[in-house]
Design a protein around this ligand. Structure first.
Ligand SMILES: [Fe+2]
Length: 249
């Protein structure tokens, strides 16, 4: 089983075309490409998502993603939960899977902890409610201003951050394995890494603080994450991925 990793795809899967990702020539559905959040393949929650999802389903590998902040959580939660390699997933297509939060998967003899999600930082001008009587007026005004805003349940979901149960599940799964894994896959970074990356623009939250604790307490080889749209290695173990696709050895 080969495992590859990449960063945010935002619903654009061209990096997986055979001419860009030629390694797929020898891959099978047993091989996995992990996307570190902002998958974006389930965005409209209707048939407009089909082309992208069908393209992935036709690839000779399995795609698995942790959710990011730019995901349609209303649509994602309509896919039922299943068990897969020791953890919970939501199959979107037979070989396109969302990896639930707080899981420890056993893949190819490696233990992989997953904890998707992140705070959106492109919402500083607000989140509009679609049932607000002034919605259209506000939308047009903000749009004309080029403001950074999103619309609840259309382009922003509060579930971008984990809830209490997801943190509890993560802790109990890590407890069970003695806080020892091979790899950690998330969308955002632990607080101290995010601070290093974003400096004064960094706004830590409950998830970055939780990941800080995980990375302090856990024994792990590498932590892979996306969200910050760059390819970079920090403190030897924290690997920020964007469009690059790398193979786990
Ligand atoms: Fe992103």
């Amino acid at each position: 089983m080969a495992i590859y990793l990449t960063g945010d795809t935002h619903g654009d899967f061209r990096r997986f075309l055979p001419e860009s990702f030629y390694e797929q020539e020898t891959m099978t559905k047993k091989d996995i490409v992990l996307v570190c959040g902002d998958f974006g393949g389930v965005w409209y929650g209707d048939k407009r998502d089909n082309d992208g999802l069908d393209f992935l389903e036709q690839r000779p590998f399995t795609t698995a993603f942790v959710p990011g902040n730019h995901e349609n959580y209303d649509a994602l939660r309509t896919y039922p939960l299943e068990k897969w390699h020791g953890g919970k997933v939501r199959p979107i297509r037979p070989s396109v899977l969302m990896l639930e939060r707080g899981q420890v998967f056993e893949l190819g003899g490696k233990r992989i902890f997953t904890m998707g999600g992140a705070s959106s930082h492109d919402i500083q001008d607000g989140i509009l409610e679609p049932d607000d009587p002034l919605f259209l007026k506000k939308f047009q005004r903000l749009n004309t201003q080029g403001a950074l805003f999103r619309v609840n349940h259309r382009s922003w979901w509060k579930e971008e951050l984990p809830d209490k149960e997801e943190y509890e599940e993560a802790r109990s799964n890590l407890d069970r394995g003695g806080w020892k894994v091979d790899y950690i896959i998330t969308h955002c970074a632990p607080t101290s890494i995010q601070n290093e990356l974003l400096r004064e623009r960094s706004t830590p939250d409950a998830l970055t603080d939780f990941l800080e604790e995980v990375c302090q307490r856990c024994q792990f080889k590498y932590h892979f994450f996306g969200h910050y749209h760059s390819n970079l290695v920090l403190r030897q173990k924290h690997v920020l991925l964007y469009q690059q696709i790398l193979r786990l050895k």
